[in-house]
Design a protein around this ligand. Structure first.
Ligand code: SF4
Length: 312
């Protein structure tokens, strides 16, 4: 049976551990023209990605110890936890000068209050110098690498502009696993053009990985204002969202539909895979659809009822 993140943390550490959202100051190669696809540089990022690079809640980049202290102060209002996950989510946190990144992350892992380092990145940003840095960091503290795969289907990935193919992910997964680094994969349900069986195929594929997948983050597609996907979505509404026109193939799931799908997906996961997230957490001021995801408590209650027997 797959396990909740809270179960895993309790088992491994025996105490409360909270996540601190931090910024590394990195950008993303999918936005700055470094990735060339079909002879053209990609500069617009994934079509669902907002200005904040999928991490609106991360602070601006300032001295890392100051960021950590500030984030801890905010959390202290809610908890008395003294151990934390240093979580770098937005943009691509292994992209940039490796010397600078080594210095930054070394300062993080040397702190006693940080028990896990978690870095969100792309599988095409794990060159040999980066891998050496990660190996060294992982010898000092548990390291999680989060990869934004979203789907295994090339057509969908091309359409939203992911900028790498599945074999790049497979290679990264193999190299990280060989170093004993834990991998968390992000999956989005509801990408335009995907059927329910396409989405479950992505989960089946991840469930068949060797070594077995450490962690997964599931979320529903969120249409955020100001993104390319927002423009596509508006034009699809004009055409009729469920029309046969591939340009108009958006299907925004209801809360019931989404939570049923998550339960089906979780039932497919290998024993012990850790479910780090089950629903999207986009900024409410940018969210266009689905509006039900604003009521996070209700969504989580529904998810918890539907996964009671398949998630410990
Ligand atoms: S989702 Fe991630 S990989 Fe895609 S453009 Fe945004 S920051 Fe880059």
């Amino acid at each position: 049976m797959a396990q909740k993140l809270s179960t895993y943390l309790k088992k491994e550490y025996g105490k409360k551990i909270y996540r601190l959202s931090l910024s590394s100051g990195c950008t993303c190669p999918n936005r700055d023209g470094s990735i060339i696809v079909d002879g053209n540089p990609l500069t617009m990022g994934c079509s669902f990605c907002s200005e904040g690079g999928s991490g609106e809640f991360a602070p601006d980049f300032v001295d890392i110890d100051r960021q950590i202290e500030k984030a801890k102060k905010l959390i202290a209002k809610k908890t008395d936890a003294t151990s934390f996950i240093a979580y770098f989510q937005s943009f691509t946190n292994t992209y940039g000068d490796v010397g600078r990144l080594t210095d930054l992350y070394s300062r993080v892992v040397q702190r006693d209050d940080i028990v896990i380092l978690s870095l969100g990145t792309r599988p095409d940003c794990l060159g040999s110098d980066v891998m050496r840095m990660l190996e060294e960091l992982s010898c000092r503290k548990p390291l999680w690498i989060e990869l934004g795969l979203q789907t295994i289907h090339e057509m969908t990935a091309k359409r939203f502009g992911r900028g790498y193919e599945l074999d790049v992910f497979e290679d990264a997964y193999r190299r990280l696993s060989e170093l004993g680094i834990k991998v968390v994969v992000h999956v989005i349900f509801g990408l335009p053009g995907e059927s329910k069986s396409d989405m479950l195929d992505t989960v089946r594929y991840l469930s068949s990985l060797e070594p077995p997948l450490f962690g997964i983050k599931l979320q529903n597609l969120q249409i955020l204002k100001g993104t390319r996907m927002y423009d596509e979505y508006l034009s699809s509404i004009a055409k009729g969202t469920d029309s046969q026109d591939p340009e108009a193939s958006f299907h925004i799931m209801s809360m019931e539909e989404y939570t049923d799908l998550v339960a089906e997906a979780i039932a497919l996961l290998p024993k012990d895979t850790v479910v780090h997230r089950m629903t999207g957490d986009g900024p409410r001021w940018l969210l266009e659809a689905p509006l039900w995801s604003l009521d996070k408590k209700r969504v989580l209650n529904m998810l918890s009822a539907k996964t009671r027997d398949i998630l410990i």
